[in-house]
Design a binder for this molecule. Structure first.
Ligand code: NAP
Length: 351
């Protein structure tokens, strides 16, 4: 496909995360040396699987401690690397101070990692894991687009510190990345903009938001029904492949929306029902929008979010990834069923 220099290491930030796990695996499969940054090398429960994974693969792994908020933190891990994959960024919904807990680590962390790239002569490319959250904020942002479709040309201009704070952290971080990139010429920036990530990680990890959503489908908490929400969906293994290609394909450039399907949540539930109906308390119906809007404040959702997202179709355009990275995408059923099965196998659901 393209030549890969295996003599130089590559760096992955946030290596213990859900998305990064499959990327580390992909790089190790290729026989590469991976400099994996984690917040604590001594947290065996969080990072132990990485060294275990490397034992079964061609490549090797070295763990480094680094924190997004600590200046200079990534210098040691970056030393000698050709490519930096920057996946680390806070992704959670339960926060009190969005500036401190989401935006600062996302934006300052991205600048920190890019500074490490600039201070390391061997780095020629940086792949930043951004998000479709940097492309649009609310689903209704797509209402005037042809076929409700968002592309790499679009930027999220509707999120703020108080509305879709996580989305805001991602768009601010990606904007910072492009700003730093344009001020230098040593390395080239490519961003990966995934839609919502599903499917089995290298290990079952309930701290991941993606895993939490999969869990909600089967633990009974959404049995009464789900709001009529549309989303893009990407398999975590396909996402790893996209990062890999964005890193090593010399022709890759700019932003890439990485997404396998555009679906209403009801279609995800149908795919699960094909295999698991009657065995687990899957969501039974779609809840009418007015009802969701009415109870929104009691269910941790703002009415503004409900109004601007529920029932609004949004599609993301993955054609650039197919054309330029040669991406192919797994079918939705395979992704959601195999992700769900990982939780069953780990004993997460009580029958
Ligand atoms: P995750 O499992 O929660 O991983 C996030 C990673 O970020 C963790 O490894 C975490 O480190 C690291 N991190 C957070 N704060 C940090 C800090 N202050 N210093 C150093 N590391 C820090 O989430 P994920 O789903 O894999 O997300 C990975 C990336 O994909 C993120 O950039 C996210 O925005 C993006 N993304 C995810 C989705 C999705 O649906 N999952 C969709 C689009 C984009 P610890 O291991 O130490 O906790």
């Amino acid at each position: 496909m393209f030549e890969i220099d295996k003599s130089m290491p590559v760096m992955v930030t946030g290596a213990a995360g859900y998305v990064a796990g499959r990327l580390v695996e992909r790089l190790l499969d290729e026989g590469l040396t991976v400099h994996a940054t984690v917040r604590s090398v001594d947290n065996h429960e969080r990072v132990g699987h990485l060294s275990a994974l490397a034992e079964t693969k061609l490549g090797t792994i070295k763990l480094f401690e680094a924190d997004l908020l600590e200046e200079g933190s990534f210098a040691e891990a970056a030393n000698g690397c050709q490519i930096i994959f920057h996946t680390a960024s806070p992704f959670f919904t339960d926060f009190k101070d969005p500036q401190k807990e989401l935006v600062d680590p996302a934006v300052k962390g991205t600048r920190n990692v890019l500074d490490a790239a600039s201070n390391t002569q061997s780095v020629t490319r940086v792949v930043v894991t951004s998000s479709c959250a940097a492309v649009y904020g609310d689903n209704c942002d797509a209402k005037n687009k042809p076929n409700f479709t968002m592309s790499e040309a679009d930027w999220n201009v509707t999120s703020s510190l108080v509305h879709n704070s996580y989305h805001y952290s991602k768009v601010m971080a990606e904007r910072a990345a492009w700003e730093v990139s344009e001020a230098q010429s040593q390395w080239q920036l490519v961003t990966i903009n995934p839609s919502f990530v599903f499917g089995p990680g290298v290990k079952m990890d309930l701290s991941s938001e993606s895993t939490q959503v999969t869990k909600m489908f089967g633990d009974g908490s959404a049995e009464a029904g789900m709001p009529n929400m549309y989303t893009g969906l990407i398999d975590v293994r396909d996402l790893a492949e996209a990062h890999f290609r964005a890193g090593f394909n010399p022709e890759a450039s700019g932003r890439y929306i990485i997404s396998g399907s555009n679906v209403p949540f009801a279609e995800i539930i149908s795919a699960l029902a094909e295999k698991y109906a009657g065995q687990y308390p899957l969501p039974k119906r779609t809840i009418p929008k007015f009802l969701v809007w009415l109870v929104a404040p009691m269910s941790g959702m703002t009415r503004r979010f409900a109004s601007r997202n529920i029932g609004h179709i949004v599609n993301v355009d993955n054609s650039k990834s197919i054309r330029e990275l040669g991406m192919t995408y797994r079918p939705l059923g395979e992704t959601v069923q195999e992700g769900f099965q990982q939780l069953i196998d780990a004993g997460v659901f009580k029958k």
